[in-house]
Design a protein around this ligand. Structure first.
Ligand code: NAI
Length: 507
């Protein structure tokens, strides 16, 4: 263990949202923390914010009054940079601008001892570029907290080309000693979370752009079927479209225009209109006084079939047939000739999507009455499931499928016939991005999954999730999406391909 002793003083430069949160965390852990900002009012606001957060914890019975006072006593407001001279760890959380940060670090380097650690909370700038301006570039690393820092567990420890591995190790262990969950990453655009999470927004925006469902419906599908804590549209409204769009643009530009990170015109329109989300009162949803909350679309009640035939093995959706049986629907079983299993409901076939549209698959397989269902994390209990029907599918056949699933207590969201539906293509694309990040040595597979669980509160890391789904299914879905769109965006990560070929997982 190489965590910094609590006798080492910490300086936080920039007392805004992130800086004051980081100061809170370090002071709670027992360090004396200098809270510095070029704006004295920001320091006072930052300290007042820390006090408010601590008092809230006292009110909830989660912090003793004496600890609250002691923690506050350790936060030392400072408006003179010279005051920071005896700090052993300096965490920068100022404006996101390379030149301004470089100037600050050069100033700090001249001020502090040679072994002091310089850390930056940047979310998008290159650690290598920041360090290049320094006389001692080995002393600098990224210490990337998530907002709000006191509550979000994840910290990405980011090494640039010159970062001393011992400095990264100390920051890793110190973050752990502060009660955080640290992961290691190399300095590449977006580090882990801001890169791997891009498809969560991008796929939903793409499905929306094809008008396959409303934002409220798409949000409900990802939240209720897959336990994502927030749907992508409500999350973008919360983050602010200006911020979210800027991150997407910066990752896109930093990867030299890699098509996978292409920003969305829909989001650009919102930014241009000033509909930035909650903070401006309007985004995908309306937050203004008196506005009605938009509801997800759910299919009206339909009549269930009395019996269903399970044909072959439903794979990850196997629990669905048992759920129908529990709902009193008689089940018959037949062997499948080849390929994935399906349910036969009346004259309809109901199958898990494989990334082809229902219309294409119905045409290829010569059965018009085809309905596809989306991914759910737990088919035995999911309250909602998205379905898409082939254009050739008969209205009566569709209603019988809907009614049968409703009889098992599942709310049905109909999507227009979009390839890979929503949850399935989203999870496959998250996996694809995570696999590429492993392949490129940005972080270990385990750290990537940890980062996505603790930095975004996903119910499971994408790589572990893909392991449960089966890498074969994931690669099939991505291959079909690639064929469907003909776009490089859906190209398969070479690492996923390799895993599928050898029949193994990524963890
Ligand atoms: P903020 O705007 O709330 O606070 C920045 C503070 O830095 C302001 O109080 C400003 O007066 C001060 N400042 C600016 N230039 C300075 C200088 N040269 N010397 C001293 N103080 C200076 O910004 P926020 O949101 O706290 O972000 C800070 C950093 O953290 C940025 O690099 C940002 O990219 C990063 N970050 C932000 C996250 C977020 O969700 N807001 C999440 C993770 C990282």
């Amino acid at each position: 263990m190489t965590a910094l002793s609590t006798s080492v003083k910490v300086a936080v430069i920039g007392a805004g949202a992130m800086g004051s949160g980081i100061a809170h965390v370090a002071a709670r852990a027992g360090h004396t923390v200098y809270l510095y900002d070029m704006n004295a009012e920001a320091v006072a606001r930052g300290k007042a914010g820390i006090e408010k957060d601590l008092r809230f914890l006292v009110g909830k019975g989660k912090l003793a009054e004496a600890d609250c006072e002691a923690t506050l006593g350790r936060v030392v407001p400072s408006s003179r940079i010279e005051d920071l001279a005896d700090a052993g760890l300096l965490v920068e959380a100022i404006v996101e601008n390379l030149e301004i940060k470089q100037t600050l670090f050069r100033q700090l380097e001249d001020l502090v001892s040679a072994d002091a650690i310089l850390a930056t909370n940047t979310s998008s700038l290159s650690i290598t570029a920041l360090a290049a301006a320094l006389a001692r570039p080995a002393q600098l690393a990224g210490l990337h907290f998530f907002n709000p820092a006191p509550r979000m567990a994840l910290v990405e420890i980011v090494s640039g080309l010159a970062t001393d591995p011992a400095i990264a190790a100390t920051l890793h262990d110190t973050a752990k000693a502060w009660g955080k969950v640290p992961v290691r990453a190399t300095s590449t655009p977006g580090f882990i979370v801001n890169r791997v999470a891009r498809p969560y927004y991008a796929e939903a925006l793409r499905v929306l752009s094809e008008r396959a469902g409303t934002p409220a419906t798409l949000d409900a599908i990802l939240r209720e079927s897959c336990n994502f804590p927030m749907g992508p549209f409500e999350l973008m409204d919360l983050i602010g479209h200006d911020v979210n769009y800027a991150v997407t643009r910066s990752v896109f530009d930093a990867y030299f225009g890699d098509k996978r990170f292409t920003p969305s015109l829909i989001q650009q329109e919102l930014v241009l209109a000033g509909r930035l989300g909650r903070k401006s009162g309007q985004g995908f949803f309306d937050y203004r006084e008196g506005a009605q909350k938009t509801q997800a679309r759910t299919e009206p009640p339909a009549v269930a079939a009395r019996s269903v035939t399970v044909c072959g093995d439903l794979g990850p959706a196997a629990a669905l047939s048992a759920r129908l049986e529990r709902a009193g629907i008689a089940l018959g079983h037949i062997e499948a000739s080849a390929g994935a299993g399906e349910l036969r409901i009346g004259k309809a076939r109901l199958a898990l999507s494989d990334g082809r549209s229902a219309t294409r698959r119905a045409a290829e397989e010569g059965t018009p009455d085809l309905v596809l269902f989306d991914l759910a994390r737990d088919y035995a209990n999911t309250p909602r499931l998205a379905l898409a029907r082939a254009d050739q599918c008969d209205e009566g056949a569709w209603h019988e499928v809907v009614g049968t699933l409703q009889a098992a207590g599942i709310a049905i969201s109909r999507l227009d016939d979009v390839a890979g539906l929503l949850a399935l293509r989203t999870v496959c694309m998250l996996t694809n991005e995570a696999a590429d990040a492993v392949l490129q040595g940005i972080a270990s597979a385990a750290d990537i999954d940890t980062a996505m669980r603790y930095g975004t509160n996903y119910p499971e890391g994408p790589l572990a999730w893909a392991g449960h789904l089966g890498i074969g299914l994931v690669t099939r879905v991505l291959g079909n999406l690639r064929e469907h769109y003909g776009e490089e965006r859906y190209r398969l990560s070479p690492l996923l391909q390799r895993c599928a070929q050898r029949g193994g997982g990524l963890l």
